[in-house]
Design a protein around this ligand. Structure first.
Ligand SMILES: C[S@@+](CC[C@H](N)C(=O)[O-])C[C@H]1O[C@@H](n2cnc3c(N)ncnc32)[C@H](O)[C@@H]1O
Length: 219
């Protein structure tokens, strides 16, 4: 089975994805809605929501203060009306420097092939002192996290297609979870890109994290 690796393949996979938010709801036991609310509570001022998809983060934020960017036209089309949306690549944002107070990425960071480059882009568009919020699924490297492994590794890819289709999407999801940097590596990556990690929220017995960082300088 060929899993998407290039940006074009990843964009195509998301553009063709059916029942995106329904699947999230079912397989996170409704927690996806709660986690995004934690992210929104941390956001301040002008918000750029990267990998915005169907606009599920933006819709929770103050009207007129948020902009969303995503590489997949299909996802953006499904976002509907009333949101400010742009098609673009997180690693080469089509936006001016220093204009946002917050950059958020919900369940999108793990899709980015060059994460240090994306972090430098987030730094560029943020004002100094601005916030970076990364919400994503991750697998810890401790024994407890290994015990959870059968859920994303076996149960989701097998059960999800029976309900809503998309076996390959779940194998891709599991691979991207395995490749996600550990909290410690992410902290180092953030520092190299000009951020300081402020807080980490750990959700759902350590399957999902919200990282809160602040821009302290340039990379
Ligand atoms: C799992 S969805 C998350 C959508 C949304 N943030 C949410 O909370 O539902 C991941 C999104 O990342 C987008 N994406 C993947 N690679 C990207 C890139 N290089 N630049 C911008 N968006 C990207 C996909 O198109 C997809 O919409």
């Amino acid at each position: 089975m060929h899993l998407p690796r290039s940006k074009e393949e990843i964009a195509r996979m998301f553009s063709g994805m059916r029942f995106y938010e329904v699947r999230n709801f079912v397989f996170s036991f409704g927690q996806n809605l709660v986690w995004r609310r934690y992210l929104i509570r941390e956001a301040e001022g002008r918000l750029l929501d990267v990998a915005t998809g169907e606009g599920n983060v933006l819709r929770l934020y103050k009207r007129g203060l948020g902009v969303g960017v995503d590489i997949s036209l299909g996802m953006l089309k499904r976002a509907g009306r009333g949101l400010l949306l742009l098609q673009g690549d997180a690693e080469n944002l089509p936006l001016k420097s220093g204009v946002f107070d917050t950059v958020s990425v919900a369940f999108g960071f793990r899709n980015l092939p060059d994460k240090p480059l994306a972090l430098r882009e987030f730094n560029r568009v943020l004002r100094t002192g601005g916030k970076l919020l990364i919400l994503d699924m991750n697998l810890g490297k401790d024994a407890f996290s290994l015990l959870q492994m059968p859920y994303p590794a076996v149960l989701m890819p097998v059960l999800a297609p029976l309900l809503l289709g998309g076996f390959r999407d779940y194998v891709y999801l599991f691979r991207s979870m395995l490749e996600f940097p550990s909290s410690e590596s992410l902290k180092v990556m953030l520092r190299e890109a000009g951020f300081e990690m402020e807080r980490v929220y750990r959700f759902h017995i350590g399957s999902t994290y919200l990282y809160v960082a602040r821009k302290v300088g340039r990379p």
